[in-house]
Design a protein around this ligand. Structure first.
Ligand code: 2YC
Length: 268
């Protein structure tokens, strides 16, 4: 996963309403309903658990350190879907201790390699890569009114892309994989998966695209299927600015919202 920057997250708390409206109007889901569906739980269970629990977001200084706006943005997203959240004053291990001492049941924390939500009552964790994959697949599935037997182009077979492949297979979608790494592609071919070796030729053949690649600005409008829907968790966005502007209503892309909301639902 790409490391986010403070700039990626600036002002995101103020646009949660318009983001949610975009998701609902164009994909038929709210951030809350997408996370509940992605986690495979009921709305009743989600609402009940959120009444009972509190959530701590713990800033982590290790490695490349704290990202400005990260903890605050995670907190804003969690509050937006109804959780009781606080950011610990302390960092790292002291932050974990503070979170537990202040009665948190869920601990959200991210170092340079993994972003998890730890449920210390149930002894389970949810992982941002898996949650992001499930959240964005759920949105694409809603846009397609069901992906069963529909062809989907998966771009990028990294952590998020691999989890997305799992979920797309669960939905019986017909997935073709493209990855910049030919060795990876060869492995998928050995596994009997359909692969695409030339991305520019492949793009316009698919009405549904899941862009989990960390490359930015490489998908031009004229390469795409005229009725394409794109779920794009990859940071930076693969679409060119012009393509994103034109296709806006048929693209779901965000740096944290769907992944964080789905982490919450998966960790309850
Ligand atoms: O502020 C902090 O606590 C930092 N330790 C957070 C580091 C997050 C690094 N990971 C990322 O930027 C992306 C996220 C979308 C989750 C996975 N990679």
């Amino acid at each position: 996963m790409t490391r986010l920057t403070e700039k990626d997250l600036a002002g995101l708390d103020n646009i949660l309403n318009s983001y949610d409206l975009h998701l609902y109007n164009n994909f038929g889901l709210t951030l809350k309903s997408a996370s509940i569906t992605a986690a495979g739980i009921s709305k009743e269970y989600f609402d009940k658990k959120l009444q009972e629990i509190s959530v701590a977001v713990i800033p982590v200084t290790m490695g490349q350190g704290i990202i400005g706006n990260f903890s605050y943005t995670v907190k804003s997203i969690l509050q937006y879907v109804g959780a009781n959240v606080f950011i610990t004053e302390s960092y790292d291990v002291a932050g974990i201790a503070e979170g537990i001492n202040r009665g948190a049941n869920l601990l959200f924390m991210a170092d340079d390699n993994q972003f998890i939500a730890l449920n210390n009552h149930k002894g389970i964790i949810s992982d941002n890569a898996e949650a992001t994959a499930r959240g964005f697949v759920t949105a694409l599935n809603a846009a397609a009114k069901g992906l069963e037997n529909k062809e989907v182009l998966l771009i990028g077979a990294g952590k998020v892309g691999s989890f997305a492949l799992e979920h797309l297979n669960e939905l019986d979608a017909k997935v073709a994989v493209y990855d910049i790494d030919n060795k990876k592609l060869e492995q998928f071919k050995q596994l009997g998966l359909k692969i695409e070796t030339n991305i520019n030729e492949a793009l316009n053949k698919y009405k549904y695209i899941f862009d989990a690649s960390p490359m930015g600005d490489f998908i031009d409008l004229d390469l795409l299927h005229p009725e394409v829907y794109i779920a794009a968790p990859g940071m930076p966005l693969g679409l060119t600015k012009e393509a994103y502007k034109t296709l806006n209503k048929r693209v779901i892309h965000d740096p944290l919202q769907l992944g964080v909301a789905t982490m919450l639902a998966m960790a309850l």
